[in-house]
Design a binder for this molecule. Structure first.
Ligand code: BG6
Length: 267
C-alpha cells in the first residue's frame, strides 16, 4: 500500500503510504529525517484513522470538527496513485459517498511529492468539482525526527504571537529562536514568515511554505504520549511537529476554482 521514489542522484528516498497519502519516510544520505512512531502500524493502518507520524494531510478541517473526525477525513482515506516517474509521485483523492456523508461537497485533492537532491517538495491542490462553494482549513502535519527535542532550535517564529491551544489564550511572541522544547506544546502561529529553520547537531532543515500562511508547533510531551495508543511513551523526545497550514482563516473555493499550496523541506 505504499509507493517509493528516489532523487535523481539516488542519495535520497521517500516512501508514501496510499493511506492518507502519508509520507512515511525521507532518507537522505542514510539518515531518516521523518518521525514515524514505532506503534503506528503503518503497514496495516486503520481505515478512517490517520497514521501516527510522517506527513499526514489535514483536510478539510484542522482540529476538532463538528461534521467528522478531528483533522478531517483525508488522512484516513485510501488515495490513488496516478503517476510515478521514479522521483515524483502524484496521488489523488476525490469525494465519494463516504466523504459526502460527512461533508457534502464534490472535490479533488492532488498531492505531488518530488525529490530533488536535498529537497523534498510536497504540493497540494484542491479543486471544487461541485456546483456549490465550500470552505476548508488544511495543513501538512509534518513530524520531523530529532535526536533530542530538548536540544533543537527553531527559527522563523520569533516575535510572533500565537494561540496556545492548551490554555486557549493568546501569547505574545518572544525574541530569538525557540531553544529546546521541554513541555507539551500546542501552538497556532498565524501569518508566519515563509521560512523556518529547524537545527539540531550538524543538521539544518529548512521548511519553506507557499500559500500556507500559518504554522502549528506541537509536541505532546510525556503525559499525552502515554495517553496515545499509537505512540510510544518516550517517543515525544524524538520528534517535533512543525506544521505548515492554512488554519487561522478558512479558505473559500467557488465551483470550478482551484487552490494550491506547497511545502519544500531542504536538509
Ligand atoms: C496538532 C494539534 O496539529 O495535532 C494538536 O494542534 C493535536 O491539538 C495534534 O493533538 C495531534 O492530533 P491527532 O488527531 O493526530 O492526535
Amino acid at each position: 500500500m505504499s509507493v517509493h521514489i528516489k532523487s535523481p542522484s539516488g542519495e535520497a528516498s521517500v516512501e508514501i503510504s496510499l493511506h492518507g497519502a502519508t509520507l512515511l519516510s525521507w532518507v537522505l544520505s542514510g539518515k531518516e529525517l521523518i518521525f514515524l512512531s514505532k506503534l503506528a502500524n503503518a503497514s496495516n493502518p486503520t481505515s478512517g484513522k490517520g497514521i501516527r507520524g510522517g506527513i499526514p494531510i489535514v483536510f478539510p478541517n484542522f482540529g476538532p470538527w463538528e461534521c467528522g473526525p478531528q483533522h478531517g477525513f483525508a488522512r484516513g482515506k485510501v488515495w490513488t496513485c496516478v503517476q510515478n516517474t521514479g522521483h515524483c509521485v502524484v496521488l489523488e483523492l476525490t469525494s465519494d459517498e463516504e466523504t459526502k456523508n460527512i461533508w457534502n461537497y464534490d472535490f479533488k485533492l492532488t498531492y505531488t511529492v518530488t525529490l530533488n537532491g536535498h529537497s523534498l517538495e510536497t504540493s497540494l491542490s484542491v479543486d471544487n468539482l461541485g456546483t456549490e462553494a465550500f470552505d476548508f482549513t488544511t495543513l501538512l502535519h509534518t513530524y520531523l525526527r530529532v535526536p533530542a527535542v530538548q536540544n533543537i532550535r527553531i527559527s522563523g517564529l520569533e516575535n510572533i504571537g500565537f494561540h496556545d491551544s492548551l490554555t486557549k489564550k493568546y501569547i505574545e511572541g518572544i525574541d530569538g529562536d525557540i531553544q529546546g522544547i521541554n513541555e507539551n506544546v500546542d501552538r497556532v502561529y498565524a501569518n508566519t514568515p515563509n521560512i523556518h529553520l529547524l537545527k539540531f547537531d550538524e543538521t539544518h532543515i529548512k521548511v519553506e511554505k507557499t500559500n500556507l500562511p500559518d504554522t502549528v508547533l506541537w509536541n505532546p510531551w510525556s503525559d499525552k504520549a502515554k495517553g496515545m495508543n499509537d505512540f510510544g511513551d518516550d517517543e515525544y523526545l524524538e520528534m517535533v511537529c512543525i506544521e505548515a497550514g492554512k488554519v487561522a482563516e478558512r479558505q473559500f473555493l467557488e465551483p470550478s476554482e482551484n487552490w494550491q499550496c506547497k511545502q519544500v523541506l531542504t536538509a
